[in-house]
Design a protein around this ligand. Structure first.
Ligand code: ATP
Ligand code: MG
Length: 320
């Protein structure tokens, strides 16, 4: 499968204030997003996610490196025809109604006539704003503005969606709806590249993810790769063991407790748990559960962030 997005050595150094102090927001980013992928771009505040996204859609000029969208260099305006973009803080003319906003956005992207009217109505329904048709944007809640932002991003049915924190400002129901919408769009073959802090969302809807810290990509891969090898411990539950046999197993376990209706033992890895399971069976006991406890993406991210910060504390904000 070809790449929807290819980023090579992309970097951005902002200059701040009278003394033109340097802020390295992004440092030599290499990233590939395959066509049809739902890619979560995660990182804490100030990691450089929005800077990357703004470079991709032509709002910020990179200081170094290059990127292509479906093979077209981002410096070329035609690369933008195939992108739907949701900015971090979408904002629209307050005196317009949602259909008017979409008509304006659609015309700007070359749509018009009956096709635009029908499509605008369709996307309003898709994002759940059809019932707000008579309200002007001034009367919108933050969540409604966010939905309108999503509606304008998908209006022209682009093959690539670049969404800067699409779940931001939404309540739990709104977040679940946007997650479902992303999944739905992914199933229809769209490539979706979105930034977020919410790692649970990445685990539930993405097939690939990249972790950005202080402008550097510290990990990237398929969700399977990112979560693989992350078994923290394996829990073994069993019944039918005599006290003496349980004591024997306890010595090899990280932790062992007697539950109300079974023994619960926790082992360092699968091999240790398997050896204990074999012993349970040979002693006439019965296994009721064998559960691996994996590190979540969030735990893995926090671990990496802490390791990086303690390795190079001065990098929290790299200035020169
Ligand atoms: N226009 C600008 N001028 C100077 N510095 C900037 C500018 N925009 C961003 N920065 C700096 O670049 C770094 C990365 O910012 P960026 O907005 O890309 O982070 P982010 O990952 O999107 O953060 P958040 O999760 O808070 O949205 C930060 O240190 C920020 O202060
Ligand atoms: Mg941002």
């Amino acid at each position: 499968m070809s790449d929807a997005l290819r980023i090579e050595g992309l970097g951005k150094t902002y200059r701040l204030g009278f003394r033109m102090r340097k802020v390295v927001a992004l440092d030599a980013l290499d990233l590939r997003v395959a066509e049809g992928s739902v890619f979560g771009f995660v990182g804490p505040n100030g990691a450089g996610k929005s800077t990357t996204i703004k470079i991709l859609v032509g709002l910020v000029t990179p200081s170094r490196g290059r990127a292509t969208i479906f093979g077209r260099p981002i410096s070329h305006p035609s690369s933008r025809h195939v992108v739907g973009y949701l900015p971090e803080n979408p904002s629209f003319h307050e005196f317009l109604r949602p259909l008017e906003v979409l008509t304006l956005m659609g015309r700007l992207s070359g749509m018009g006539g009956r096709e635009l009217r029908a499509r605008a109505q369709e996307v309003l329904e898709l994002v759940g704003l059809d019932r707000a048709a008579d309200l002007t944007v001034r009367k919108f809640s933050k969540g409604m503005v966010q939905r309108l932002g999503l509606a304008q991003a998908i209006l022209h049915d682009p093959p690539l969606l670049i969404l800067d924190e699409p779940m931001s400002g939404l309540d739990p129901i709104g977040r679940a709806e946007v997650r479902d919408l992303i999944v739905q769009l992914g199933r229809r073959g769209k490539t979706i590249f979105f930034s977020t802090h919410i790692l649970g969302d990445v685990e539930s809807i993405c097939d690939h993810a990249g972790m950005l810290l202080h402008g550097e990509l510290v990990r990237q891969g398929s969700l399977g790769e990112l979560l693989d090898g992350s078994i923290q411990s394996v829990e073994l539950r069993c019944v039918g063991l005599a006290e003496a046999e349980f004591d024997g197993l306890r010595r090899a376990a990280l932790n062992a407790v007697r539950g109300p209706d079974c023994w619960v033992l926790s082992f360092r890895d699968v091999d240790a748990a398997n050896a204990a399971a074999a012993r349970v069976v040979s002693c006439g006991g019965r296994i009721t559960a064998l559960l691996p406890h994996r590190e979540t993406l969030e735990q893995s991210f926090v671990r990496l962030a802490r390791a990086q910060d303690s390795a190079v504390p001065a990098r929290a904000q790299r200035v020169g």
